[in-house]
Design a protein around this ligand. Structure first.
Ligand code: AKG
Length: 313
């Protein structure tokens, strides 16, 4: 059935650890949290201040000629810039120095020291700026996984994807629209791995993606100082309405042994899920040994087995 109306993400005020743990987190639904103290970053993080305190350490950024970035179509370049230069460029509408053209868009998703091994941690990569940002204490310190800078040019849109950890996305400066889809709508999103193939979520090509209309769109606009709780597995797509600086914090919501230890991004499927998906691939490859009509028949029986397990009502 088509999902007719968009759903506003509910807003909560005066949220503390107790309220979050008892009433918000267990619902496993996104929530906007207003007024949670995030520290002096809210008034300090101007472009000049960020450039001065962040300094000229080299960072790897996404650069594209169009504001709608697509990981699946790889329509962006990775380039290295000093942090201070990057912030200045991301904040300006038109560039005098550029890689592709004067209107190119920039995006930073900060990385760990050894990007392939270590998760990002603002306190290690940007210690001077990290002091200004107070991580909400809504989870146990040992559950902490990463804290990640999300800095975007105006108009920058990031592809729809899910992560496997619970997430608080703090919008420090600038306004950002976030559209979310439930994990229960996964079949309507045309997934390739953790990403949706539907790039233009506002004007989707319904000939190519007819099922997309069935996915229910949850939406909110984050103002500076807002936090968005994105439960693990919820798909999200962000659109920077202005130049903006955000920080997102991932934490482990499942027992630590559930996660892939070689996952600096927090987006590798839990180990058991990876094994189950691999097993399914093997089973499908086995069916390939049968004539087409048999393959179809046994594939349908497999679908029926999956459907008969009503995991979520
Ligand atoms: O804010 C953004 O630009 C993207 C945020 C995001 O993808 C995340 O927090 O996982």
């Amino acid at each position: 059935m088509e999902c007719q109306e968009k759903v506003e993400v509910p807003v909560f005020v005066s949220v503390d650890k107790d309220l979050f743990s008892r009433e918000i987190c267990p619902l496993r639904k996104p929530a906007v949290l207003k007024g949670v103290p995030l520290g002096p970053c809210l008034h300090k993080w101007t472009v000049g201040y960020l450039a001065q305190k962040g300094g000229d350490r080299e960072i790897k950024v996404h650069v594209s000629s169009v504001p709608q970035m697509s990981f699946l179509h790889k329509n962006f370049l990775y380039r290295t810039l000093p942090f201070d230069t990057f912030v200045q460029r991301a904040a300006e509408d038109e560039h005098t120095d550029f890689f592709i053209n004067k209107n190119e868009s920039y995006y930073l998703r900060s990385l760990g020291e050894d990007a392939r091994k270590e998760p990002a941690d603002l306190r290690k990569q940007f210690p001077e700026l990290a002091q200004d940002f107070h991580i909400p204490s809504f989870f146990q310190p040992e559950q902490f996984f990463s804290s990640v800078f999300r800095i975007s040019s105006p108009g920058l849109q990031l592809w729809t994807h899910y992560d496997v950890m619970d997430n608080l996305l703090a919008q420090v400066t600038g306004r950002k629209r976030v559209v979310l889809y439930s994990p229960q709508d996964a079949l309507h999103l045309y997934l390739r791995g953790d990403k949706s193939e539907v790039l233009d979520i506002d004007y989707p090509d319904l000939e190519q993606f007819p099922e997309f209309v069935k996915a229910c769109r949850y939406e909110c606009v984050l103002e500076p100082g807002d936090l968005l709780f994105i439960p693990a597995l919820w798909f999200h797509n962000t659109l920077a309405l202005q130049f903006g600086v955000g920080v997102n914090v991932f934490w482990r919501h499942l027992p630590p042994t559930s996660y892939d230890q070689k996952d600096p991004y927090g987006n590798k499927d839990p180990l058991v899920a990876t094994r189950a998906l691999q097993t399914l691939e093997r089973a499908l490859n086995m069916l390939d040994e049968l004539p087409p009509d048999y393959r179809d028949f046994y594939a349908r029986r497999m679908v029926q087995r999956v459907q008969s397990r009503a995991y979520v009502s």
